[in-house]
Design a protein around this ligand. Sequence first.
Ligand SMILES: [Zn+2]
Length: 438
Amino acid sequence: MTRQSWQILRVMALAWLVAGLPADAAGFSTTPSDFQQFQAKIIDHQSRLNPKFKKVPRKQTLYVIVHTSELGLSATLRVVARGKRLKSGRSTPGGHANYVIARDGTTYRMVNKRFRADHAGLSMWNGRQDISSVSIGIELVGYHNAPLTDAQYRSVGLLIKILQKVYGLSDPAVLTHSQVAFGRPNPWFSKDHRGRKRCAKNFDRDRAGLGPTVDQDPDVRAGRLLPDPYLADLFYAPGPAVAARVAATGPVPGLISKERTAWAIAGEEYDCSTTVYVLPNGRRLAGDQIADAMGWHLLPVNTRVLLNQEERHAENPAPENPIKRITDRMTAWSHAGPAYKFDSTIYFLPFGAVQPGSRIFDWDDLPLNTRLIVGYQGPFVITGNKTAYRIAGQKYKARTTVYYLPPGQVKTGAEISNFGRLPKGTQLYLPIDSLPPG
Ligand SMILES: [Zn+2]
């Protein structure tokens, strides 16, 4: 065949693909060239797959499953391609999604859509288990209790429309991982039940150009699974769509309340060593320590739950350095949880700017090596007659007192040797639970 006839075939194939795609897919106007551009820009990451991953063609494709990765971009790409560490200490062989969509909308192909990606784990829909074997998995970089971006909705909307066309899938065939995952009995459920995952529960179908999901959970209706009350209300109760309900979820997400158990917040990660519980008195316990230390039903209200914490937080550890750092593994969210955008979370940007969380809008571009402190008041500016001691009292040398020294240093009181030589404009920050300076 000549090059020219190839060219004609290609154009015809694209025209076929795009014909029948609604013009307003993804809630905004899309043209055939949008689909072409989107497809041309997908970054192929299949060469990064763990060589231990076995490529098995799927026999059937019944669903598209949307996930939130609960990690930053580079950690998501690494874990999806290379695998993750399990509680047992063993590792998985990777291949945990067919696609990853970054917060700027960049889309990565991780496992060719023909092959089974290992993304849904213990799962059931309409009586059928092992949903990974009959679905395509899409990971959105982000968290189930923080907003996804417009760019992500645009990309995922286009990608889903393309997959629907290729596999003949209706809108109700697009589901979130939280809808299809199920769990074995645990301290909160006596039988197999929904709610093992909170994954992508914040996915706003409207913004992805999708119609509503099904009216009822088919496996709960058939008595195969117990419902998860929180998710059942979110997905199937009549009334406003998911997005509006997520926004109205009363208490701060990530804080334990009477209605929101550890399970409701962390799902199956509730007892992992990487899930950290910060009790209202400041005590930190890892998920795998709670059962022995106090029992799940005694976790106090307002305990903060942090997911995907990197290091093990032993009980009574050496006092922790309050100055955290944003890295490609640790985002603002993984350090601060829902407090990431509070006034009391202070960010020290690498170029010298200082901003409270409430004043930062471009979370996706927060530079690496930005430092932050969580639960602080300030700044108290040090001057000739307002010394560190006048502001902080005995605590001026404490490890919990934080100083910003222009043009860009951040140190604790314990790290400063000469308080007589602080640069002009030095700022002091105190934990909010310490006495207000008088
Ligand atoms: Zn998931």
